[in-house]
Design a binder for this molecule. Structure first.
Ligand code: ATP
Length: 340
């Protein structure tokens, strides 16, 4: 579906040439979600902008859906670009236009009649879950809703490929999850090929089928997300995998304790670092009526005590355990009882 062959990109600047991509080869298959991960400056934005020829390669060939885009003139390109939608970190919406008018914009450029535009905009609004917001302006929307408008606009002309340029980097974790879910649903229901760039392994792990690791303008490792997670080869890949492996290891540790202690209660205590919660924890750990085991301790010092989380296994008589939990809750520690 997408094939980059021996692609190089050199920017000419007043300080001299900057090599952004060096001899890059990449193949993205029809219908997959392909992630490119790299640190800042690795060349991710350059790479994604080469796929729709927003940047021309200095050397090499860019082929999308059977067309060699790098060989086309600007006029020919503008027709082929309809095959490729794009969404951006900062949404790039038109602030003076409503949601419906933003989504209609590419349809106007394609010369679609007013009636057809209206129908298509309604379909897209439903697809991205923005019912009831058609007449809102971008400034009246949350970040997640703005990105939904971006996605609807990118899909307006039924592209075969959707490019996502750090599409969730400006969003909080919960909104990130909902946008990633939407992208995954769209990939499945429309069969659209998605290429996304990110610096977060979380994003890759959540929705990508395959991933390439970009470092200093070259792909240093590539494979299925599962294989990369199970056996990362390069040091940089190990660092990225480490971003999500720690929580995963924690989860596995908690599950082991759970299955070995079916009668115990596993609780997660959250410390806010604002008040001194140490005495409350000491009382819990030294409570003679129960047995407390520390499963995970992720605490960092703060001016007034510490912040972070503790995951504990509490064994004992059901009522005694419950009253110990109630006691620490009453001492302004947030307590979550993990499902058994
Ligand atoms: N228009 C440009 N002119 C000159 N140099 C550029 C231009 N765009 C990018 N570069 C340089 O090319 C290299 C790769 O940049 P690029 O933005 O593609 O990386 P990135 O991985 O997307 O980083 P970030 O996440 O910080 O945007 C960097 O050294 C950058 O300074």
């Amino acid at each position: 579906m997408i094939r980059l062959t021996h692609v190089k990109k050199v920017y000419q600047t007043s300080a001299g040439p900057v090599k952004a991509l060096t001899d890059l080869n990449l193949e993205v298959r029809q219908g997959e979600i392909f992630g490119v991960i790299g640190y800042s400056g690795a060349g991710k934005s350059t790479l994604i902008r080469l796929i729709n020829l927003l940047e021309r390669p200095t050397e090499g060939r860019v082929e999308v859906a059977g067309h060699v885009l790098s060989a086309l003139s600007e006029k020919e390109l503008s027709r082929e670009r309809k095959q490729i939608g794009m969404i951006f970190q900062h949404f790039n919406l038109l602030w003076s236009r409503t949601v419906a008018e933003n989504i209609a914009f590419p349809l106007e450029l394609s010369g679609l009649s007013k009636d057809k535009r209206k129908k298509r905009v309604e379909e897209l609004i439903r697809l991205v879950g923005l019912e009831g917001r058609a007449s809102s302006y971008p400034s009246q929307l949350s970040g997640g809703q703005k990105q939904r408008v971006g996605i609807a606009r990118a899909l307006a002309n039924n592209p075969a490929v959707l490019l996502c340029d750090e599409a969730t980097s400006a969003l909080d974790p919960k909104t990130t999850d909902s946008i990633l879910q939407l992208l995954s649903d769209i990939n499945r229901s429309l069969g659209i090929t998605i290429v996304l760039i990110t610096h977060e392994m979380y994003v890759i792990n959540k929705i990508c089928h395959r991933v390439a690791v970009l470092d200093k303008g070259s792909i240093v490792e590539e494979g299925t997300v599962r294989d990369i997670f199970l056996s990362p080869q390069q040091a940089i890949t190990k660092e990225f995998v480490g971003q999500v492996a720690a929580p995963l290891k924690q989860q596995i540790r908690i599950e082991k304790f759970q299955s070995a202690n079916p009668d115990g209660k596993i609780v997660q205590l959250h410390f806010d670092g604002k008040t001194d919660q140490q005495p409350a924890v000491d009382r819990l750990l030294h409570n003679q009526a129960i047995r407390v085991t520390i499963i995970v301790s992720e605490l960092a010092p703060s001016q007034n005590g510490f912040y972070g989380t503790l995951v504990l296994l509490i064994n004992g008589h059901q009522d005694t355990v419950q009253s110990a939990i109630d006691q620490i809750r009453s001492e302004s520690v947030k307590v979550e009882v993990l499902p058994s």
